[in-house]
Design a protein around this ligand. Structure first.
Ligand code: ATP
Length: 290
């Protein structure tokens, strides 16, 4: 269990990236959603001890994280949004190097590296340089290095960004298998991934938590209130436009409304993306203009 209390962070240029964040995350996979600049990476870096908040507390299990950052490091696996690798080191050598930095004994290193290579499907690439890996292999390597030392808190900042659909699916399967008995905090812009993978979701906007709940609770208020239409009615009163997408080149709108907004409107099953867009709309953030 990870508890954040009254976390605040203001950058030197005056940007308030975290505004009084208080929340308790249970174990399992927790999704972090928010538009660009919402503060997700700042929050993740702060929890990982890579930057200090201006005020507040972070408690993970019995560790006071800000007072004892070293104690957290033994429990933490972190996959940042962008990570560099030594260009001349092989995958296995780099894992060995990171395992030494994490303080693993030689037998533990040998055992964990082989099993993590197998878990991330990298055994046959272990001698290759990570700098030559494809995007998907690199992210799988990132997961392997994060899991060294069997951490109980794993933080992943957009692990599937830029991956093709098959690699994304592979990585998502991997995330599910490693999230058992741990807290895995996952940030991604792909809302459907969070809906399928995570039990709990936090929605961030402008440094604040708009909502934190299990996925079902977030979606429940939208049940039987989301409608799909090809074109918006002239009268938009009492309607919130959630999204506009295209299907085979034709526009498709999803709207939130207590009642059918027009005769052509089809009732549709509400999704986490609908709940997310509604939350942003209510926070005065981005939403689709009609
Ligand atoms: N080092 C920094 N100095 C000044 N401002 C910063 C710094 N890092 C982030 N910010 C600002 O803080 C706010 C939160 O940024 P952050 O990167 O945490 O958001 P994010 O939700 O992770 O965004 P994205 O989805 O684009 O990665 C933004 O306004 C950003 O411009």
């Amino acid at each position: 269990m990870l508890t954040l209390k009254h976390l605040n962070k203001r950058y030197a240029d005056g940007t308030q990236a975290l505004k009084n964040i208080s929340v308790t995350f249970p174990s399992g996979m927790v999704g972090l959603l928010g538009p660009n600049g919402a503060g997700k990476s700042t929050l993740m870096r702060t929890i990982a001890g890579l930057q200090q908040p201006d005020s507040g507390n972070i408690q993970f299990a019995d560790i006071d994280v800000l007072a004892k950052p070293q104690a957290l490091l033994q429990q933490l696996g972190y996959l940042p949004q962008h990570f560099g690798v030594y260009p001349n080191m092989s995958c296995r050598a780099l894992l060995e190097h990171i395992a030494v930095l994490k303080g693993l004994t030689k037998p533990a290193r040998r055992e964990q590296i082989e099993s993590l290579l197998a878990l991330t499907n990298l055994t046959k690439h272990a001698k290759k340089r990570v700098s030559t890996f494809s995007g998907g292999m690199r992210q799988r390597f990132g997961i392997a290095q994060a899991l060294l030392g069997d951490p109980k808190l794993i933080i992943m900042d957009e692990p599937t960004a830029g991956l093709d659909p098959l690699e994304r699916e592979n990585l998502n399967n991997l995330l599910v298998s490693i999230s058992q008995q741990r807290l895995l905090l996952l940030s991604t812009h792909i809302v459907e991934d969070i809906e399928s993978l995570c039990q709990h979701v936090a929605i961030m906007h402008q440094g604040e938590f708009q909502q934190f709940a299990d996925v079902g609770t977030l979606i429940a208020p939208l049940t039987q209130r989301v409608w799909q239409l090809d074109a918006l009615p002239d009268e938009l009163q009492d309607i919130i436009v959630l999204s506009k997408t295209f299907r085979h080149g034709h526009s498709v709108f999803r709207v939130f409304s207590e009642h059918a907004p027009c005769a052509q409107a089809q009732p549709v099953v509400a999704t986490l993306q609908d709940a997310y867009f509604l939350s942003l709309h209510q926070a005065g953030g981005q939403h689709v203009a009609g």
